[in-house]
Structures are given as C-alpha cells and as structure tokens.
Design a protein around this ligand. Structure first.
Ligand code: DX5
Ligand code: ZN
Length: 214
C-alpha cells in the first residue's frame, strides 16, 4: 500500500488549519522545517508544529532541513512530530545515532534523509536503526522543482538494502513527485510519496491523492 504525505510547504500558511483538513485522506502530513543555513530558505519551526498538532489525527512527518538536527530532534517530538527525519549531511554520525535514540525514547519514529548528491551507502550506519529513509528527488529548499530521474537508481539500491536488513523500514521520496513521476518511484521501491505542488495545486485534492497512490 502506497502512502501519500502531502507537503504543507505548498499550503496557504495564513490558512493552515483549513489546508490540512483538505488533505484528510492522506496518510501523513509532511512538514518542511528549513533554517536558512542548511538550505537557502526559511520555512517553519517548532511553534507551527505545535500549533497544527491538535488540528489533525494524521501522523506529522517532520523533515528537518537544518544544521545539527540532532540538537532539535527531541523538541520536535515534544511539539507533536510522529516521524522526525534528519539529513545525514547535516550532523555527525555520532550525533545522529544519539538523536535516533532520543526520538525512540519518546515513542516516535526516526528517519534519515539523503540529498541528491549523497550516495546510497550513506544510509548504512542508520539502516537497522530507523523506521524510514527519505531520498530527495530535488535539491532541498523549495517546492515546485523538477523531479531528478537520476535518483531512481539510488531508490532501487536503498530498497534492496532495506529488504535485506530492515524490511519494515519505509522508503520515502520527496521533490517533484506528481502524476507523471509517482509510478517510476513506486516501481523503484518507494512506498511513501511526498507531494507539495502536485497536491495543493490540484482542483480536486482527494482525487489527486488517490491518483498518486496508484
Ligand atoms: C523541498 C521539500 C519538499 C517540497 C516538495 O525541499 O523537502 O517537501 O515541499 O515540493 P514539491 O512536491 O512541489 O516538489
Ligand atoms: Zn520535504
């Protein structure tokens, strides 16, 4: 079963509650946290996660695009995140492994994220310790970019590693996912699709979510 995690980066920030209700048929709510340092954009942070927590029962899938995410992982759990994903490029292996333990101690799911230039092998230190791996299919920082088909081999490679060493782990893709690109990601082994502009730009949002699910 393919899961859809619409990114509220494409929602109307002045009407977040209304726009989160529009995606009530989705599996997760994807929340993009950016610090203006790890990526060249600033989005939302802890107070917004806390504010949207009571608005939905859906798991909050919080994607941290910040430097040293390990410092903040526990606080995002406390704010209401259900899944916290951290970029492997943004912190040391030691700090990330410690943060994964903090997330688990709080009863939440942990994940690691790879930028497009980062090889599949970068997941190896975390593979057996996380519930989700996220492969970026655009350079992180902005919604509405074009899908990078060159990431499909990496998705396939990580799916093979997951099957071998942690079959319950989810494999998520993020960036440029829409009706034209979702199938290739699923065929390559992804089971969670993040989509921002393709969901919020649709006339009929529930129909678009259903279409992406395949
Ligand atoms: C990009 C974010 C994505 C973004 C996806 O840095 O991580 O989650 O919202 O937007 P689309 O689906 O429009 O590419
Ligand atoms: Zn994201």
């Amino acid at each position: 079963m393919i899961k859809i995690s619409p990114s509220i980066l494409s929602a109307d920030f002045a009407n977040l509650e209304r726009d989160i209700r529009k995606i009530s048929t989705a599996d997760y709510v994807h929340v993009d946290v950016m610090d203006g340092v790890f990526v060249p954009n600033i989005s939302i942070g802890l107070p917004v996660v806390k504010a949207i927590r009571p608005v939905t029962q859906q798991p909050l899938d919080v994607h941290l695009m910040i430097v040293e995410p390990g410092r903040y992982a526990g606080r995002f759990c406390d704010a209401g995140a259900d899944i916290v994903t951290m970029h492997v490029e943004a912190d040391t292996e030691e700090n990330l492994l410690a943060a994964i333990e903090v997330i688990h101690a709080k009863g939440k799911r942990a994940g690691v994220v790879l930028k497009p230039a980062t090889p599949a092998s970068a997941v190896l230190p975390y593979l057996e310790r996380v519930e989700l791996i996220l492969v970026m299919t655009v350079e992180p920082g902005f919604g509405g970019q074009s899908f990078m088909a060159g990431q499909l081999d990496k998705i396939r490679a990580i799916r093979a590693l997951i099957e071998e060493r942690n079959p319950a782990c989810e494999l998520e893709v993020d960036g440029g996912i829409g009706p034209d690109t979702c199938r290739a990601c699923v065929d390559a082994g992804a089971n969670v699709l993040v989509a921002g502009s393709a969901v919020y730009g649709a006339e009929d949002i529930p129909a678009r979510i259903q279409l992406l699910r395949g």
